[in-house]
Every structure is written in structure tokens, then in C-alpha cells.
Design a protein around this ligand. Structure first.
Ligand SMILES: [Zn+2]
Ligand SMILES: [Zn+2]
Length: 341
């Protein structure tokens, strides 16, 4: 499924099979999550790296071939199941890359934006940026009750919604009273992590989204309300997942002195001006950009210990445009995933 230009529906196309260069893996895509960033690219709110472009950066794929120089790389064995995240390549030599901040590399290439992504049957990815995914030991039965947490479509949303949400949660420090603004794919995963860590979660949804508030309570939020509502007590930190700049001053007014507001999305509408007193009291306002491979390894190790359950709505590959439009309209709870296998 290719994006020819912004504001045009994705189109099914027959492209030549991608060829793995040195260091790359050729993957047969088994599932690919649909992220709000895909929607921003589709709608022209973020610039696409090239056109036509294959979107999708939450890829669960099976290794079917490897380019030169990947022998011995973890997860590179033929048949292995690997995950491909948004961070597709970094230079490895700039001041960010050499100081543990490869997420800020100015030359970074992003999956499904600069490099073709996973809304396709085949894709290539740099082996160094692929994560091995947890597998069940031979003979071990899946846990009773659906869904199986190790199924392809369950794991796909961890690769961006979960992982970048987890990086945002780290920025909240040891906040005990945690606000989540926008209860979509990322928040529904991070809510479970936060509850597991003993935090109390306060969920904020659109005013008319009663189903979203019920969903948040089911996942352990102690309170859920509309985003303009004042929570019943002050928050220690707030993570903003909704791409709505007007939430920034609202969240600043909801956090206590010394509290932190983290903007977790890649795109946001303009932030309205607000009085300095809302920031005063050593409140911190910051953004989170991308991910490092260390974030990914830490989060994927944590996920089965929670254990994380992903609420997934699946679509076939050729319904990618429908999945994006359902995401735009808030038609489902949790995450959307294209399932190919
Ligand atoms: Zn770099
Ligand atoms: Zn994403």
C-alpha cells in the first residue's frame, strides 16, 4: 500500500521485491501496527521522506534473507521473528549517537518515512535496528484466555505506541499520580505499565468519549474524565498523547508544583499562550522524540512481566486506508494492526 502524495488515499500497488543491502534483513511482514504518525504522514501534517512511500513502522516480520555482513547479528537467523521500530538507522558518530541519544541523531532515518515500511508483504530493515521478539519455548502452551500476548498482532503495537509511550513515562520520573491525556494506543499500554509500577493513573479523554473512559477504568485507571475536567487531586506528571496543543496549558494547571508535562507525540497543533504562573513552581514542560535501541530492549523485556495486553482491531493489508480513517475518527479502542499472516 503506497502513499503517492499527502491527502490522497493509500493505493494498492505491485512494487519490485525489495533487495537487502549489506547489513539489511529482508522480512516477510506478518503484522504491522497503524500509528498516529502514519496518519500525520497520510494527511500531510508531517513530510514524507520520498514518494511513493510505504508507511508503517511497527513491523513484526520473519527473516527470509539477509544481505552481506549480518551473519551473527542477533535475530538474523532465517525464520526468526523480529520487530522493526520507527528508528530505522542512525549515523553512529555524531554527538548524539556517541552519548546515548541516538533518538536525536540529525541524520537518522525513520521506518515508513525515510525508508519504506511495513504496509507491504515484504520489507527490508537494518539488522542492527531490529529487535528479537519473545517466543514461547518449544512445548510451552499459550496462557489460557484470549488473546495470546505473543501473537504477531499483539506485539506490533508495542513497537511504537508502547515503546515511545514507555520513553515518555521515563520522563515522568517517579511520579505517583500520573495523568494520561488522550487514551489511544500508547496510553492503553502505558496505563498498564504504570499500574504495574504502583502508580495511580488519571485518564483524560475527549468530552464525549464515555467508552474510552470505561476502557481506561477497566485497565486500572483510578479516575477517568474529559480532558477539560480538573482531576480530583493534583498530578505529579502528565503525558500528552493527543496531538492537541490546547492540552498543554490544561495539563500544566493539573500538575502540582515540581510536576512534569511530557508531550509524547511527533506532531501537535499550536500551543496557546498561557500565564507564566502555570509554569511557575518548578513545573517542567518537555517533549519526547523517537526512541533509542536501549528503550526498545528495556520495554520489550518488561512487557511480558506486566503482562501487557494489547487491545487490537485487525485489518487486512488492502484495508490500510480504512484503518487510518478509523484511527482519525476514533472508531476503536486501543490499537489498529494490519495482519498479513
Ligand atoms: Zn548520529
Ligand atoms: Zn509511531
Amino acid at each position: 500500500m503506497v502513499l503517492d502524495s499527502p491527502d490522497r488515499p493509500l493505493r494498492a500497488a505491485e512494487l519490485p521485491d525489495p533487495v537487502p543491502n549489506a547489513g539489511d534483513l529482508l522480512l516477510r511482514v506478518r503484522a504491522c501496527g497503524v500509528c498516529r504518525t502514519d496518519l500525520h504522514l497520510r494527511d500531510g501534517e508531517l513530510p514524507a521522506g520520498h514518494a511513493p512511500l510505504v508507511l508503517g513502522h511497527q513491523i513484526v516480520g520473519e527473516v527470509v534473507a539477509a544481505g552481506e555482513r549480518v551473519a551473527g547479528a542477533r535475530g538474523a537467523q532465517l525464520g526468526a521473528r523480529v520487530g522493526v521500530p520507527w528508528l530505522g538507522w542512525t549515523c553512529g558518530e555524531c554527538r548524539y549517537c556517541v552519548s546515548g541519544r541516538e533518538n536525536l541523531c540529525a541524520r537518522a532515518q525513520f521506518t515508513g518515512c525515510d525508508r519504506d515500511g511495513g504496509f507491504a508483504e515484504l520489507t527490508v530493515a537494518d539488522a542492527r535496528f531490529c529487535f528479537p521478539l519473545p517466543e514461547r519455548a518449544a512445548g510451552e502452551a499459550p496462557p489460557s484466555g484470549a488473546p495470546d500476548p505473543l501473537a504477531d498482532e499483539q506485539l506490533a503495537p508495542l513497537l511504537c505506541a508502547g515503546l515511545i509511550g514507555y520513553r515518555a513515562l521515563q520522563m515522568a520520573g517517579d511520579a505517583e499520580r500520573l495523568g494520561l491525556y488522550g487514551f489511544g494506543a500508547a496510553a492503553h499500554l502505558i496505563c498498564q505499565v504504570a499500574v504495574h509500577e504502583g502508580r495511580r493513573v488519571f485518564a483524560f479523554t475527549r468530552e464525549d468519549d464515555r467508552a474510552g473512559r470505561r476502557f481506561a477504568r477497566e485497565l486500572g485507571a483510578v479516575w477517568a474524565g474529559g480532558s477539560a475536567e480538573r482531576p480530583p487531586e493534583e498530578l505529579d506528571a502528565a503525558l500528552i498523547f493527543a496531538p492537541v496543543g490546547a492540552l498543554v496549558p490544561i495539563a500544566l494547571r493539573a500538575v502540582a508544583r515540581g510536576g512534569t508535562v511530557v508531550c509524547a507525540g511527533i506532531h501537535m497543533s499550536d500551543i496557546p499562550s498561557f500565564p507564566y504562573v502555570d509554569l511557575w513552581g518548578e513545573r517542567t514542560l518537555r517533549s519526547v522524540a523517537n526512541l533509542t535501541r536501549d528503550d526498545g530492549e528495556a520495554f520489550l523485556a518488561l512487557a511480558p512481566r506486566v503482562p501487557l495486553r494489547t487491545q487490537v482491531t485487525t485489518y487486512p493489508l488492502d484495508a490500510a486506508e480504512q484503518a487510518l480513517s478509523d484511527l482519525r475518527g476514533g472508531a476503536f479502542e486501543g490499537a489498529a494492526v494490519l495482519r498479513l499472516a
